[in-house]
Design a protein around this ligand. Structure first.
Ligand code: CA2
Length: 148
């Protein structure tokens, strides 16, 4: 059985660590990728880590994951609050989805309180900073180990 986990990052997350440190911390996306790589190695997971600013590209990656991957960890960024298309693609993947947000979206503007993804996710992490990605991968390993 596949132990490949696709970690997807949505728009503007390539800017992480360059601005808004009070909200998102000082780590860059390269730091998040390293954290995920190290965590995946510890948990014997195969990792694919990607970021895009193009919604269609993200949807193509989700479609392609269906045949190859065991789970999707996704920080959809602003598309969390806007995209039925990403939600539909995640449902079509038939994979367990874990939604991650670096900040506590519920302590921020009202438009960030609603997520199109949360109702179809097996778990949602927000406000843990970039450690949320590590926690999400630990949960994926737990799910896969329980499946046997
Ligand atoms: O808290 C999160 O992880 C978010 O998904 C981040 C999104 C935001 O739209 C969501 O509401 C919550 C924003 C990602 C952009 O990140 C930047 C980081 C530093 C500088 C500029 C953008």
């Amino acid at each position: 059985m596949s132990r490949t986990v696709l970690v997807l990052n949505g728009p503007n997350l390539n800017m992480l660590g360059t601005r808004e440190p009070a909200t998102y911390g000082h780590e860059t996306l390269a730091d998040v990728s390293s954290l995920c790589r190290q965590t995946a190695d510890e948990l014997a997971l195969n990792l694919e880590f990607r970021q895009t600013n193009h919604e269609g590209e993200l949807i193509d990656w989700i479609h392609q994951a269906r045949a190859r991957c065991a789970a999707i960890v996704i920080n959809p960024a602003a598309w969390t609050h806007t995209s039925v298309a990403i939600r539909d693609a995640l449902v079509a993947s038939e994979l367990p989805v874990i939604e991650v947000h670096i900040s506590n979206v519920h302590a921020r503007e009202k438009f960030r309180h609603h997520s199109f993804v949360s109702p179809i996710a097996v778990a949602v992490l927000c406000g843990f900073g970039v450690q949320g990605y590590r926690l999400a991968l630990q949960h994926v390993a737990h799910l896969l180990n329980a499946k046997g």
